[in-house]
Design a protein around this ligand. Structure first.
Ligand code: ANZ
Ligand code: ZN
Length: 859
């Protein structure tokens, strides 16, 4: 048998696959014809496919190439499936790297940014992505950031933006404050430095107003990966519990004052076991209680030491717990017992009420603390297996106040030594929690409380290259928004960044007059966190040139929500949570009618180097996309990236895979040409007229076509490609098998198979597909105007199939029977096949397993 590649290589009618020329050609055509322009008025259903827009820090890297190849395959396939597709791109263009580069090279941040953007766009064109470039914008364009300022003012007017002074995370390296979300594992998310706590006046967005809805709506996001939802739930951190008021005792330790200290607890059931109360070192009350006492010095030491610990570490179980006594006591509302007040590093100022009731028996942190400082550990809850249970199960008074346990009790158990509540089942959300909370409520010293871990979003940054906060401070009128007609507040371009000039030093920028009283006033010189810019860019794409509003209502409602959003898992909390918040605010401002911005989320895996290491400039192991595009072409690059692994998995970069992809694309090229030479694109396939080889090719076409389509639907491009590879193999076999009788090839079938191979690879290898579609098939429309091929389950069934014939369970023959044969027909055919062997025997029973076997039981 001849090898198909030799046949094709000898076939001089097949042009050679010149990726460079083909790709340049089609990129020009798509651009000129605006093939991928999204129409706002189409009759077709809409599909909004979006990749997280890039930060223009240089040329695109492999991670980008992967992200956009996935999105582009989805967008192009959606075109073929009959959708009107919106597939836009732009740049997340503000941010510190541009500013730092400008300082270093003594240039302007804008210049550096726009240069990088130009370079990235060029690479995007070379990759052949199907973007609607008419909608492109950069977040540093005044036409865009103007509307971010406008939104800020709308939020201010609604009380959703405010200014407050509180301890914040200051990154000494980036010289700016950070949001809570930007302190990752106790470090600055950008540079890895340990932030310091500073008490500063800063600007916030009230994301906490949306905490419950942000949590509840996660349940609607069926198209999101579970791990992303789990991370968001955890970050929002809803806790049901109670606030309990303890009364501060006078200096004597017993006489009640009229001052209360309120704690938040999820375990009101443990209140009989309170052996101390804890305040954090930052607490004003703590400072007051020890002021001028013998405890003050130790307290000040503790405070200084605690300031250096990140809030993540302070919540960690490895924290060495340190504390100081205040000399003062509170009175437990449930039994009147006094409990000493301590100040300790493991309690946080900004969670709950910033005060904790210490219950060593139930809480490990309190247990560790009590051990260290020799405080009471009273058992007030235990399981039936515990020896204490028999001893104390009916005990209402607190008789035992120390235990020799190694650690605090596991949560579940029965209350002991707990007054009238003794014997109730305790634990989180238990009957004891309910009963005690009710009692506290009736006695006016407690109430149920839902607490969130989520904090308001700190958005002010003390850096230049960002969107200016559109506020003016007047000594008489306070903080006043810039009037709408004066928007945008333009970021000045003339700062001497190289000399270290900041907005706060640029008088030309900050000197202004008060919009209310007209007196000299000062502009706010902070800029907004760049995450404000990325929280709504996907809405702007729906109406990017609007200069009256951020976007028109009908347009944003037409396109939103984004149907397929693709990006890195590192944005699980930051960007995705902020965007959900911003969308809900826009909805409440009556700007848009959706609750959630992203219906389906695909978090793509990382591209690592050949040794499994993350690619980075500093490691010198970056593989730039051009190193593949230059020798092989973009289609090979896209094919390789999508074939190596399923989109959500990490993969190690593989030179071999690129070579393999290139060999396949060339082979598929030749096979399609080969089929075309025997094809008739106008003929309709006559199923009854197909000979055996043709029927088999037709069957395989339908089988693989269904598989490939399903894989596209699931976003599993690697297996979708495998299906096309198998089809190419089948087509190749057909050509070889009919080499000497080409007149027997079915012309309609050849046309169909060629067309479907091209169609099914078109989302992944677009230039290759357009070229074949036009040059091989001679069509004049774009392959993206071609409908996605339809496949027929019924045609996947072979005409005949092999079954096994047994006598007394022993294999006696293999025969072909029609796939549609009934049990009776199977039996009859089998019996004929083994007639000689059955001769003289009596058949007592026949077992027929359809599509598989016939077994004769004889005597
Ligand atoms: C008494 C108690 C007994 C507690 C017990 C737990 C177990 P979650 O679930 O995360 O909401 N807590 C409250 N405010 C705190 C603060 N500002 N800093 C540090 N810890 C604080 O945690 C709620 C529990 O965390 C609260 O319930 C409180 O300890 C502690 F057997 O109160 B618990
Ligand atoms: Zn004023």
């Amino acid at each position: 048998m001849a090898d198909v590649s030799t046949i094709d290589e000898n076939n001089s009618a097949i042009p050679w696959y010149d990726a460079k020329e083909i790709e340049a050609k089609w990129q020009k055509v798509w651009e000129a014809k605006k093939t991928f322009k999204a129409s706002d008025e189409s009759e077709r259903p809409k599909k909004y496919v979006l990749e997280m827009f890039p930060y223009p820090s240089g040329d695109l890297h492999m991670g980008h190439a992967r992200n956009y190849s996935i999105g582009d395959a989805m967008a192009r396939q959606a075109h073929m499936r009959g959708y009107d597709v919106l597939h836009p791109i732009g740049f997340d263009a503000f941010g510190l790297p541009a500013e730092n580069a400008a300082i270093k090279h003594n240039t302007q941040a804008a210049k550096w940014t726009y240069q990088n953007i130009a370079q990235a766009v060029e690479t995007m064109h070379r990759m052949g992505f199907s973007y609607d470039y008419d909608r492109m914008f950069n977040t540093c364009d005044p036409e865009y950031y103007r509307w971010g300022q406008w939104m800020f003012i709308k939020m201010w007017e609604k009380g959703l933006a405010y200014r407050a002074t509180s301890p914040v995370n200051w990154c000494p390296n980036c010289k700016t404050v950070l949001a809570n979300e930007q302190v990752v594992d106790g470090k600055c998310w950008r540079c890895g430095s340990i932030p310091e706590k500073r008490n500063l006046s800063q600007w916030y967005l009230k994301i906490t107003d949306y905490a419950q809805e942000l949590l509840d709506d996660l349940d609607k996001l069926d198209g999101w990966p579970e791990n992303v939802k789990a991370q968001q739930r955890n970050w929002i951190g809803r806790s049901e519990g109670a606030e309990i008021d303890f009364t501060l005792a006078d200096i004597d330790g017993v006489t009640p004052t009229n001052q209360k200290i309120t704690v938040f607890t999820t375990r009101a059931d443990t209140i009989f076991g309170v052996s101390f109360l804890v305040l954090p070192p930052e607490s004003e009350l703590a400072a007051q209680l020890v002021a001028g006492t013998q405890y003050e010095e130790a307290y000040l030491e503790l405070k200084t030491a605690t300031d250096k610990i990140s809030s993540v570490d302070r919540q960690g179980s490895n924290l060495e717990k340190n504390g100081v006594f205040t000399g003062r006591y509170v009175i437990n509302p449930i039994n009147g017992r006094p409990a000493p007040i301590w100040i300790a590093n493991y309690v946080l100022l900004d969670y709950g009420t910033g005060a904790v009731m210490g219950v060593p028996c139930g809480d490990q942190r309190d247990f560790d603390f009590a051990k260290k400082y020799n405080l009471e550990i009273a058992p007030i809850i235990c399981t039936e297996e515990d020896p204490l249970y028999e001893q104390l199960k009916d005990e209402k008074d607190l008789r035992v106040t120390s235990v020799d346990w190694e650690s605090a009790m596991a949560a579940e158990g029965y209350l002991i030594q707990s007054g009238d509540f003794t014997g109730l089942k305790g634990g989180k959300h238990s009957e004891a929690v309910d009963a005690i909370t009710k009692w506290l409520e009736n006695n006016n010293c407690g109430r149920p409380k839902v607490q969130f871990r989520l904090r308001d979003w700190l958005i002010s940054r003390q850096r230049y290259w960002g969107n200016p906060i559109p506020m003016i401070h007047c000594d008489d009128c306070g903080d006043v928004p810039v009037p709408e007609k004066d928007l945008p507040v333009l970021l000045p371009q003339n700062l001497d960044l190289g000399a270290g000039e900041t907005l706060a030093q640029n008088a030309e920028f900050y000197q202004t007059t008060c919009p209310i009283c007209g007196k000299p006033a000062k502009r706010i010189t902070d800029t907004m966190d760049t995450f404000t810019c990325s929280s709504w860019y996907f809405m702007r794409y729906t109406d990017p040139h609007n200069d009256m509003l951020p976007y028109a209502r009908d347009k944003v409602n037409h396109w939103m929500p984004v149907d397929n959003y693709i990006g890195g898992i590192e944005h699980a909390i930051l960007h995705l949570l902020y965007s959900r918040f911003w969308t809900k605010v826009a909805r409440d401002l009556d700007l848009i009618d959706v609750d959630e911005p992203f219906t389906n989320l695909l978090t793509q895996g990382m591209v690592k180097d050949a040794h499994g290491e993350t690619m980075s400039k500093s490691k010198g192991n970056v593989v730039p996309p051009s190193s593949v595009i230059d020798p092989y072409g973009a289609d090979t690059m896209r094919l390789a990236i999508l074939f190596i692994a399923p989109p959500e998995k990490d993969f190690d970069w593989d030179e071999e895979a690129v070579g393999g992809a290139n060999r396949f694309i060339k082979r598929a090229w030749r096979i399609v040409w080969g089929l075309t030479q025997s094809a008739n694109f106008d003929a309709k396939i006559e199923l009854n007229g197909l000979d055996e080889k043709s029927a088999e090719l037709n069957r395989v076409l339908h089988e693989l076509g269904i598989r490939c389509t399903n894989d596209y639907d699931r976003g599993q491009f690697n297996t979708a490609i495998s299906a096309v590879m198998e089809l190419v193999n089948a087509a190749s076999k057909y050509l070889v098998d009919t080499e000497n009788t080409p007149q027997n090839r079915d012309a309609a079938l050849c046309a169909l198979v060629a067309r479907d191979i091209v169609a099914m690879l078109a989302p992944i290898c677009p230039h290759w597909a357009e070229e074949l579609y036009h040059e091989a098939f001679g069509f004049s429309t774009s392959v993206y105007d071609e409908a996605w091929p339809e496949f027929d389950e019924a045609q996947t069934i072979a005409a005949t199939q092999e079954i096994v014939v047994q006598i007394m369970g022993k294999l006696r023959a293999r025969i072909d029977v029609p796939t549609s044969a009934t049990k009776e027909q199977m039996q009859q055919q089998a019996q004929e096949a083994v007639a000689q062997l059955l001769d003289g025997k009596q058949i007592v029973k026949v077992i027929v397993v359809p599509h598989k076997l016939v077994n004769f039981v004889t005597k």
